[in-house]
Design a protein around this ligand. Structure first.
Ligand code: S3P
Length: 453
């Protein structure tokens, strides 16, 4: 079952060269943050290029439930905020669907307001760890009552009198960092987050844009981020850049599909997000950053990816993991077509994403004829070289959009088709994946569309 509907099996088959331009949707991380900070500002924030994936739409509904006005007029989303500390107590359960980012950031944003809310999600989200969020939120004075292991459904009671917090994140997680910073907005004094490894910094950039006083410094303990509490956030006009994590799919598909030449324009290359593209270049990919420029304070370029028959397996530096954490599934697909072994250490966090992504990819790749070894925080893929990956399996996607898209990319270059049990969750982050890929020439679609094949 998809998070929001019936399971929909999909299949992909060996394709002739992918060609053309791939206009991928807006960045998921930035879209969530634009809605949440817009809801906490005083006045009307306008957002263009918002990702209209289910994850973000669920965050929009949640912001309405907390009292903000959120509506789309023409192509622009208008968010009328209630001000820091102004969230109203929601009258209904907040259902964040499949979205860890949505639920974790929203819990942070309400934790220092004296209201309570009940949070839930789909079967995937309700399995994911929430203690990593509720632990620091308790330090602000909030109370959380969840299922065992701190899992959803969970009731969060916001602090009556919030205290500022100094918190060293125990796991490299932008969601944890962001939840603490959002909670710190309505605490008096300075809230400090220390992260040993830098994770995506969209919250810090956007908080500064909304007028919060926030600074980041790199020191011996890692990155120290300091936020002054109780600012008045000023509404913003935000143009959401396109999502590098979605760009990864047409880029990787082009690299492994013979005869491909694909342009993916306007992709944000924030260094805390762009690790995959540098990794692919190290593997020998014909991937070029064209027309590099700055837009809205973020580095941006057009990505040109061409078929790359001579990819090599590499050691992916563990310290790069945070900057490409969502891209390991599709990287492992590219690694299957490389010569030699790709070793991916330092990736324990992959086990607590929408699915256990190491396990899901390992099982599916093995079923498609690829040798994979895995430990708790590492995995290796033995590349078979171009034209030598059998495919021919049906793979379980475990309500995980990136597992579904990764295996559909794999099937574009395997000898036999690859089927995924459910492509429904793709709509959480990349609702136009299927038409976009087909527009490039990819042979993929509903598994039952043509039973004769
Ligand atoms: C995200 C952070 C990452 C990433 C997720 C989006 C964010 O999760 O996997 O897709 O927007 O902050 P973690 O922070 O848990 O690593």
């Amino acid at each position: 079952m998809s998070s929001h509907g019936e399971a929909r099996a999909m299949v992909s088959r060996k394709s002739a060269g992918l060609r053309g331009q791939a206009e991928v949707p807006g960045d998921k991380s930035i879209s969530h943050r634009a809605l949440i900070l817009g809801a906490l500002a005083v006045g009307e924030t306008r957002v263009s290029g918002l990702l209209e994936g289910q994850d973000v739409l669920d965050t929009a509904s949640a912001m309405r439930a907390f009292g903000a006005e959120v509506e789309k007029r023409g192509d622009v989303w208008h968010v009328t905020g209630v001000g820091v500390g102004g969230f109203a107590e929601p009258a209904q359960v907040i259902d964040c669907g499949n979205s860890g980012t949505g639920v974790r950031l929203i819990m942070g944003a309400m934790a220092t307001t004296p209201i309570s809310a009940t949070f839930t999600g789909d079967a995937s989200l309700n399995k994911r760890p929430m203690a990593r969020i509720t632990d620091p939120l308790r330090q602000f004075g909030a109370h959380a009552y969840g299922r065992s292991g701190g899992r959803l459904p969970l009731v969060l009671v916001g602090a009556e009198q919030a205290m500022p917090v100094r918190y060293a994140t125990p796991v490299p997680s932008a969601q944890v960092k962001s939840a603490v910073l959002l909670a710190g907005l309505n605490a008096p004094g300075e809230t400090v987050v220390i992260e040993r490894e830098a994770t995506r910094d969209h919250s810090e950039r956007m908080l500064a844009g909304f007028g919060a006083v926030i600074s980041s410094e790199d020191g011996p303990e890692g990155r120290v981020i300091t936020l002054q509490g109780q600012p008045e956030l000023r509404p913003q006009v935000i143009a959401v850049p396109r999502d590098p994590s979605s760009a990864a799919f047409p880029v990787c598909a082009a690299l492994i599909t013979e005869g491909s030449d694909v342009l993916v324009p306007n992709i944000g290359l924030n260094p805390t997000r762009a690790g995959l593209f540098f990794t692919l270049q190290e593997m020998g990919a014909d991937l070029v950053f064209e027309n590099p420029r700055e837009e809205g304070g973020e580095p941006v370029a057009d990505l040109r990816a061409r078929f790359s028959p001579n990819l090599r397996g590499i050691e992916v530096p563990a310290e790069r993991a945070a900057s490409m954490i969502d891209e390991y599934p599709v990287l492992s697909v590219v690694a299957a077509f490389a010569e030699g072994r790709t070793h991916m250490p330092g990736v324990k966090e992959l086990r607590v994403k929408e699915s256990d992504r190491i396990e899901a990819m390992a099982v599916g790749l093995r079923a498609c004829g690829v040798t994979v070894e895995a430990g708790e925080d590492w995995w290796t893929v033995e590349g078979r070289g171009f034209g030598a990956v059998p495919g021919g399996a049906t793979v379980a996607t475990h309500l995980d959009h990136r597992i579904a898209m990764s295996f559909l990319v794999l099937g574009l270059a395997t000898e036999a088709p690859v089927t995924v049990d459910d492509g429904g969750p793709i709509a959480t982050s990349f609702p136009v994946f299927e038409p976009l890929m087909r527009g490039l020439g990819a042979d993929l679609g509903a598994a039952d569309a043509d039973p004769a094949r």
